[in-house]
Write a protein that binds this ligand. Structure first.
Ligand code: GLC
Length: 648
């Protein structure tokens, strides 16, 4: 039904801000009109019964109009250019790198001078790890924000960030930063006021006078950091209350049941959008809605919030895509792309954490069957959305895939997971890996894995024993892992340091602000003298860097690698080899990955099973042509190698 009052509200906001003169205003107006009813109904789903729902809804509309008004003309033009491209973020021409600015190069000003390095590697998208003010010593790598609009002095200033964005935009690069919306630092102004007894701000958090409600919540909520931050509530002596702290005790969970919180966070999101951010990484979205009697993860209303934010961003800054950082089970992750009427209308991206973990699984066992058992779930990703594909990031590796997937591969889930964890934490004799267990839960024996790509692939041990053959094998493992995430579909996201094979950095152990968290072992401090070895032929750094660069350039020139939901798994009749076909129109690429430390054979029949059998294939990796043989003749793949075979 036509909502007269709603449209009056929009008109009032337009008049107040004097919007409505130019083409960009008209486009904004159309977007707002087209989306407001949906925005309103999502808002009502959350806040219909809240006593201040109406006033905060006015605040929301005002927030959208103000953000549009403040958006620079250059950004509005960039929005239009992206819209004209269509689903720009599905492109095979974008490769990302995630990095800590301080560990990578000191500060934002220096980062502006490093763009040539990224270009040389073929990286044109940066994820800058949290940059906004966060108390030293209680920062969780920046994921405990005390001021969302002030860049932390250790990185520089907001102006420095704007300059980097400008330089990146001129260099045709994309920028991603985080919005940490599940929680703030206990030193955020809202938390400080709450501690001082301000009721208004106490309502921004989940605060309780006694343990009654916290105890009831605790019955169903798991611990995220069981070793270092057990429990989900922290006592605050200043106000004699208990506050919900799902992560560390210095990270206070925001109460999205309060519409004031939603509007505040939307305002910050649109402030980031207006800095020229291309993709916004929504940190920990699985946790943003809490309800007693549940695990407080992946709840339906968390999705309502994400949908609402998506609609708002689409209206005020349509060029900014959203990445939901939900590291959840394969079945759950699909919901973050939207369901029902909201399919492909929630998060544009999600991390393919399942695939990432399965690659580590297959590398440890040399067996691809568990990976294959998961694919029917992962293929459900809707058209128009994409994955972030990766081998390592700043977080730990969780073996979050389902038990039945392990059973289908004829393994016992408990023993299998134990083997993988032991393998990477150095508890399996002969394992090449040097990693560590992270967040061991003494009750469930659950644990995740820390370690850099290179160390988990065996480079640390191989260098320590000066074993040339093992060094080669480790490099091959690194490259086959990276290749997998470059070609499986989605935006590949490198983690800084991995492009030159950084092994674990144990310096965190002497920093009391970090020593309790072994994820820091895989967040290296970059030594540019080491990175400069990329110019020395035959050095480890040069070999890994140039192979990574080659993966980039192959991916960029093959249009079938855009993520158009165009992946079909193949049956190589060999459990050590995973194979899939990427197809776009008449262009086809057959990809095979050998995850075993032995030569593997793939029956040519494999490439003939999915329609129109190719006669000739060109391997972009080895730069070699193959005539497709008869059935029971074989394509031979070296240990830890792969083939990227285009039908010619
Ligand atoms: C996300 C971040 C992780 C952080 C957590 C709490 O999962 O990736 O590093 O510890 O959120 O903010």
């Amino acid at each position: 039904m036509y909502d007269y009052l709603l449209h009056q509200k929009i008109n009032a906001a337009f008049l107040k801000l004097k919007i409505g003169k130019d083409e960009a205003d008209l486009s904004f107006y159309s977007r707002l009109i087209a989306n407001t009813s949906v925005i309103k109904s999502l808002y009502d789903e959350l806040y219909q019964h809240h006593s201040k729902a109406a006033v905060h809804f006015d605040g929301l509309i005002n927030c959208l109009a103000t953000a549009h008004k403040k958006r620079r003309i250059a950004l509005k033009k960039r929005d239009t250019a992206k819209a004209e491209k269509g689903l720009w973020f599905l492109s095979n021409e974008i490769t990302g790198m995630s990095l800590y600015v301080d560990n990578f190069c000191g500060n934002l000003t220096n980062l502006g001078d490093k763009l040539g390095y990224f270009k040389k590697l073929g990286v044109n998208f940066l994820h800058l790890m949290p940059l906004f003010e966060s108390p030293a010593g209680e920062s969780d790598g920046g994921y405990a924000v005390s001021d969302y609009s002030k860049v932390d002095a250790r990185f520089g200033s907001l102006d420095n960030l704007k300059t980097v964005q400008q330089k990146m935009s001129e260099a045709d690069m994309y920028l991603m930063i985080d919005i940490v919306l599940n929680h703030t630092s206990h030193q955020h102004e809202w938390a400080i006021k709450a501690k001082q007894g301000d009721k208004n701000y106490q309502d921004y958090f989940y605060m309780y006078d006694d343990r009654l409600i916290p105890d009831s919540f605790e019955k169903d909520m798991p611990d995220i950091f069981p070793e270092t931050a057990p429990g989900n509530f922290t006592y605050i002596p200043e106000c004699h209350k208990w506050v919900m702290t799902v992560f560390h005790n210095y990270q206070w969970d925001l109460n999205f049941g309060n519409p004031a919180v939603l509007v505040e966070m939307l305002d910050i999101i649109l402030f980031y959008a207006n800095l020229g951010i291309d993709v916004l990484r929504i940190d920990a979205p699985a946790f943003i809605w809490k309800q007693q009697g549940t695990t407080c993860q992946n709840l339906p209303k968390a999705h309502t919030i994400l949908r609402l934010l998506k609609q708002c961003v689409q209206v005020a800054s349509p060029g900014m895509a959203l990445l939901g950082e939900a590291i959840v089970a394969p079945k759950e992750i699909m919901n973050y792309f939207g369901t029902g009427n909201f399919i492909a209308k929630e998060c544009d991206f999600a991390y393919n954490a399942t695939q990432m973990a399965l690659q580590w699984d297959a590398l440890a066992t040399g067996d691809t069957r568990v990976m294959l058992a998961a694919q029917h779930e992962l293929l459900k990703k809707p058209y128009g959305t994409s994955w972030i594909t990766y081998t390592r990031c700043h977080d730990d590796i969780g073996l979050g895939y389902d038990d039945y997937m392990i059973q289908q591969a004829s393994f016992d889930p408990y023993k299998h997971r134990k083997f993988i964890k032991d393998f990477y934490s150095g508890n399996v004799p002969g394992s090449p890996a040097t990693g560590a267990l992270f967040s061991v839960n003494p009750k469930t024996q659950d644990a995740r894995i820390s370690g850099t790509l290179a160390s988990l692939c065996g480079l640390e041990k191989a260098i320590a024993t000066n074993n040339e053959e093992e060094i080669n094998t480790a490099i091959n493992r690194i490259i086959v892992m990276q290749a997998f995430s470059f070609f499986i579909g989605g935006l590949p996201m490198l983690f800084y340091g991995d492009e030159v094979g950084y092994t674990n950095d144990y310096s965190y152990l002497s920093d009391p602000a970090k020593s309790y968290d072994n994820r820091w072992m895989h967040r290296p401090v970059i030594d540019w003298a080491k990175n400069n070895n990329i110019d020395i032929d035959g050095s480890i750094e040069q070999r890994i860097f140039s192979a990574t660069h080659l993966l980039n350039s192959i991916r960029k020139k093959l249009p079938m690698l855009a993520d158009c939901s165009n992946l079909t798994w193949l049956s190589p009749y060999n459990i050590h080899v995973a194979g899939f076909l990427r197809q776009l129109d008449d262009k086809r690429l057959y990809c095979f990955f050998n995850l075993k430390n032995e030569m593997c054979y793939v029956d040519w029949q494999t490439v003939k099973e999915k329609g129109n059998p190719p006669a000739l294939l060109f391997d972009h990796w080895q730069q070699q042509e193959y005539v497709v043989g008869r059935d029971k003749e074989y394509l031979v793949i070296e240990p830890y190698s792969f083939c990227l075979l285009e039908a010619v």
